[in-house]
Write a protein that binds this ligand. Structure first.
Ligand SMILES: *Cc1c(COP(=O)(O)O)cnc(C)c1O
Length: 477
């Protein structure tokens, strides 16, 4: 597909600026450009077709089933976009005086109260821009807490081997030494190994529950108790709160700090790198260390407050505001019952799809799952040579987005599916049927599957080359 610059023809295109009807205000010559701005010149119809063609090549939740595990690619009600686009929210300047942005401050305040109720935490901040950013803030809070108690010898952060890759990365970025805790055969934290690992150098534990295998660790109270008794704090990676919101609260499971991905669970579409929000909730013991510019209720209206021992700001201004507007609109529309129903629907749909696939596919761990599940295609690979990658590519030709592949790392030939609560039973049936057909094809005609996808705009890409030597800049001839 040609780029706009390649389609540009000198003199083409149109100028729609109206004639000047105000006094001209010339720009000082030293500040003027010396050559014309190099912009593509193209007619409106060609421009319009260009963007339609781009849209045709993209695949999103509006196009079909998108079971990308660990990402919660669910349908987000369009009304929430409308609410976030209201001029009063959209045109607000971040440097407006507090008395001129009371409405926006109320959004932060009320969204915070909702998430405090959902997570069982005492205070929420919306400053971090994404999940991993929230993790980093959480690590800085834990560090500040230990320092404040003259306990800076606590340098080790415990992270189970099933963790999302961002967890060890965030802990390392905050200056902690990462200690990996092995999982048991059935995907839970190995309690004995955890007991051996904790000590006076333990700063804390980072845990996802349900974990990346889609399993809820029933030993959670025991796990958080072991860490607390050793003097550490517990961090909950709540990027995917979809399975537990309205049902179980990290605050009740013994966690001291949690981050949520509003762009997964709370109605902001993602996948194209758009704005996110990694809201962070803390128990009262960490409240004094929160970032600057917390919104609090005042005698009258709302005010900004800098916590006394703040770790500082982690982002300019107050976070990605419109994402918070969408989250609040979503939570208010659903109400406490609706939030719980969404979580129950997510878990039901995942279990339904897992069972529907069981005639041919093997879950990595047995028993019911939470909002997502992991399949292992190790046996299929041994018998037919067809890999998890081949099956994923085959799904593209059957009109679906592929699941997450080769993650978590502790499962071989892994496919991780998260159907989400917004899919209908018919869609799940259709997906299961298509995936079982792929399995059939793997046995009858494995070579054909190795050619997939044949219907997509591009065939198989050289993923290693794309990762090692990416071309990120367009060079003009
Ligand atoms: C998505 C995800 C993250 C990272 O969130 P980003 O917004 O992409 O930084 C962290 N942990 C888990 C479990 C996730 O699924």
């Amino acid at each position: 597909m040609k780029l706009l610059f390649e389609r540009s023809r000198a003199g083409r295109g149109l100028s729609v600026l109206p004639p000047l009807d105000v006094p001209e205000c010339p720009i000082e010559p030293s500040l003027r450009r010396r050559s014309a701005l190099d912009l593509p010149e193209i007619s409106e119809v060609d421009l319009s077709r260009h963007y339609s063609a781009l849209e045709d090549r993209a695949y999103g939740v509006n196009d079909g089933f998108y079971p990308l595990g660990s990402c919660t690619m669910k349908y987000n009600p369009k009304i929430n976009e409308k609410v976030a686009g209201l001029p009063g929210f959209l045109r607000l300047h971040p440097m407006a005086a507090p008395e001129d942005q009371q409405g926006a401050m109320e959004v932060y305040y009320r969204a915070g109260k909702c998430l405090e109720a959902i997570t069982g935490m005492d205070r929420v901040t919306f400053q971090p821009a994404a999940g991993a950013h929230g993790e980093l803030l959480g690590m800085l809070l834990i560090k500040a807490y230990h320092r404040d108690r003259d306990d800076a010898a606590r340098r080790k952060m415990l992270v189970p081997d099933s963790a999302h890759g961002t967890n060890p990365a965030s802990a390392a970025m905050a200056g902690f030494e990462v200690v990996s805790i092995p999982s048991t055969q059935d995907g839970r934290v190995d309690l004995e190994k955890l007991k051996e690992a904790v000590g006076p150098d333990t700063a804390g534990l980072m845990l996802t529950n349900p974990n990346t295998l889609g399993i809820f660790d029933e030993n959670i109270l025991e796990i958080t108790r072991i860490v607390h008794e050793a003097g550490g704090l517990n961090y909950y990676d709540g990027a995917n709160l979809n399975a537990v919101m309205g049902v179980a609260r990290p605050g009740d499971m013994g966690f001291d700090v949690v981050h949520l991905n509003l762009h997964k669970t709370f109605s902001t579409p993602h996948g194209g790198g758009g704005p996110g929000s990694g809201a962070v909730g803390v128990k009262a013991i960490l409240q004094d260390f929160l970032p600057l510019r917390q919104v609090e209720k005042a005698e009258e209206g709302f005010r900004f407050v800098d916590p006394p021992k703040s770790v500082g700001a982690v982002k300019s201004f107050y976070g990605n505001f419109t994402v918070v507007v969408k989250a609040l609109a979503y939570m208010l529309a659903l109400g406490p019952e609706g939030v719980r129903e969404a979580a129950e629907g997510a878990v039901l749909n995942a279990n339904y799809l897992m069972r529907a696939l069981e005639p041919g596919y093997t879950p990595a761990v047995s028993g019911p799952c939470m909002h997502e599940f992991v399949l292992t295609l190790e046996q299929l690979k041994r018998e037919t040579g067809v890999s998890a990658l081949d099956v994923a590519k085959g799904m593209i030709d059957r009109g679906m987005h592929p699941p997450t592949m080769y993650f978590p790392l502790i499962v071989h030939e892994a496919l991780m599916l998260e159907p989400t609560e917004t899919e209908s039973r018919e869609t799940l049936d259709q997906a299961a049927k298509a995936m079982l057909e792929i399995l059939d094809q793997a046995h009858k005609d494995p070579e054909a599957l190795k050619q997939a996808p044949i219907t997509a705009p591009v065939r198989r890409l050289d993923e290693v080359k794309a990762a090692r030597t990416p071309i990120l800049k367009y060079t003009r001839e």
